[in-house]
Design a protein around this ligand. Structure first.
Ligand SMILES: Cc1cc2nc3c(=O)[nH]c(=O)nc-3n(C[C@H](O)[C@H](O)[C@H](O)COP(=O)(O)OP(=O)(O)OC[C@H]3O[C@@H](n4cnc5c(N)ncnc54)[C@H](O)[C@@H]3O)c2cc1C
Length: 420
């Protein structure tokens, strides 16, 4: 087999993983990573609050697929080739043990993203992969179009134009340039016929219009359900009231599911919160009969049967016009009706979003219809491959975005490695 010249564009998670996998298959090939900035793996470094949430303890592919608001059908083909189990094994084989937190997130046992970075840097050194910073690819030319028919049958050939540098040649390319918030960043890709699904942010928190609720700033609710009015999806989990609105895992996950819809309404809409997610309005009405019987003589302000933070419970009582010293047995039916509504269908007007610790990902990117999920190769330009967040795939928080970077990087590498 000829010695090939491979270029991976992007020195992030997907680019490094892909380059290392190609080198594992062909240690003698000339493999280069081109990174436009002077920093490598910068998102890996800051990820997971500096701990790097590498993946999620989710061995079942069908369950894993449910963590991706976009790209599920495409990912199904990909995850059956390389999923969380393979990630855990690969890191273990390369000296990185992972541990699992209660919520399923997996981190290196050192709890430091440096462990992941060191592992990757060791591997690129071992395989003599060229890592070139300040190499920004501004255009890729497919030479196959100009090759003679005899050559073009099996060979690919690309010229990469670099900002302020001489052009470079490659036999195959993997593009791993990460999320984008401007669709014109890869304009030359559209010349190849690839479409870009309009990129918008995902994973953010909500700003409320009515600032009454923000008086509860700092209140954390262990389990609440939230829904964007007009969308069927309901997220359940911890919720946090902040000085600008609402945050916490349930809110951030909801933002992923509704990212496009919310962007279309310019982040204006209504969120419905169920503070007692074990009940809906009608089941809580039934339960109320028992609550009145059990706590009849107790003051409502001091007896909160839902384990809600006391500040929130008092706030809801006040909103329902119930004095804190009202006895459960004396609650008037109009107030009871209102309180049950506030507990199960609290509506909050939203205007605007806030990015949570800048831990956002892009919803949108290179359209999956023109990428083969079995190989990550472009269906339009043979030899051109994709990996990571630049594709129209994104996950909720919990290690799912990195898992997609590892999976797509690995698959692209296997296909590039098969080149004759
Ligand atoms: C603060 C933060 C924390 C996060 N924490 C987690 C987490 O704990 N777990 C998780 O699963 N996900 C997390 N994510 C998401 C995750 O980091 C990304 O999904 C993942 O890094 C995507 O990897 P990538 O290689 O596709 O892109 P990136 O990591 O963004 O890498 C792309 C690289 O390509 C370079 N590049 C771009 N254009 C060019 C060009 N034209 N030429 C050359 N180079 C170019 C960029 O400079 C960049 O270095 C986090 C995101 C952020 C912002």
């Amino acid at each position: 087999m000829d010695k090939k010249k491979i270029v991976v564009v992007g020195g992030g998670a997907a680019g490094f993983f892909c380059a290392i996998q190609i080198a594992e298959l062909h240690p003698d090939w000339e493999i280069s990573i081109f990174e436009k900035t002077n920093k490598l793996l910068s998102k890996v470094r800051v990820s997971g609050g500096g701990r790097c949430n590498v993946t999620h303890a989710c061995p079942d592919v069908e369950v894993l697929l449910k963590k991706y608001p976009r790209g599920t059908r495409f990912l199904k083909k990909a995850f059956y080739q390389f999923a969380t189990k393979n990630t855990i094994e690969w890191f273990a084989k390369n000296g990185v043990e992972l541990h699992t937190e209660k919520d399923g997130r997996m981190f290196p046992t050192t709890n430091s993203s440096d462990t992941i970075i060191d592992c990757f840097l060791r591997k690129v050194h071992q395989y003599k992969i060229n890592v070139l910073t300040q190499h920004e690819v501004v255009e890729v030319i497919n030479n196959a179009a100009t090759l003679s028919n005899a050559n073009s049958a099996k060979q690919h050939s690309f010229t990469l134009q670099l900002l302020g540098r001489a052009p470079m040649q490659a036999d195959a390319i993997c593009l791993a340039t990460g999320g984008m918030l401007k669709s014109d960043r890869l304009k030359w890709l559209t010349n190849f016929g690839h479409s870009i699904v309009d990129p918008v942010p995902s994973l953010f928190t909500f700003n409320t219009v009515d600032k009454k609720i923000t008086t509860l700033m700092g209140v954390a609710i262990e389990k609440a359900s939230i829904q964007w009015r007009g969308n069927k999806i309901i997220e359940t989990g911890p919720l946090l009231i902040t000085h600008w609105g609402i945050s916490g895992p349930a809110a951030i996950k909801l933002s992923a599911w509704c990212a496009r819809e919310m962007s279309e309404t310019n982040y204006e809409g209504v969120i419905i919160i169920n503070w007692t997610p074990n009940f809906n309005e009608s089941t809580l009405k039934m339960e109320w009969i028992n609550l009145r019987m059990d706590f009849g003589k107790r003051e409502m302000g001091s007896k909160n049967p839902f384990d809600l933070p006391q500040r929130l419970w008092h706030f809801l009582l006040q909103e329902a016009g119930v004095a804190l010293n009202t006895k459960w047995a004396d609650l008037k039916s109009a107030n009871q009706h209102l309180l049950i509504q506030l507990l199960t269908r609290y509506t909050l007007a939203i205007k605007g979003k806030t990015t949570f610790k800048e831990e956002f990902v892009t919803c949108g990117g290179v359209d999956l219809k023109d990428i083969d999920a079995q190989t990550m190769e472009s269906k339009l330009v043979p030899g051109l491959h994709f990996a990571g967040e630049m594709m129209d795939v994104d996950g909720i928080t919990g290690g799912f975005n990195f898992q997609h970077a590892w999976t797509s990087g690995w698959i692209a590498a296997q296909h590039i490695g098969q080149m004759a």
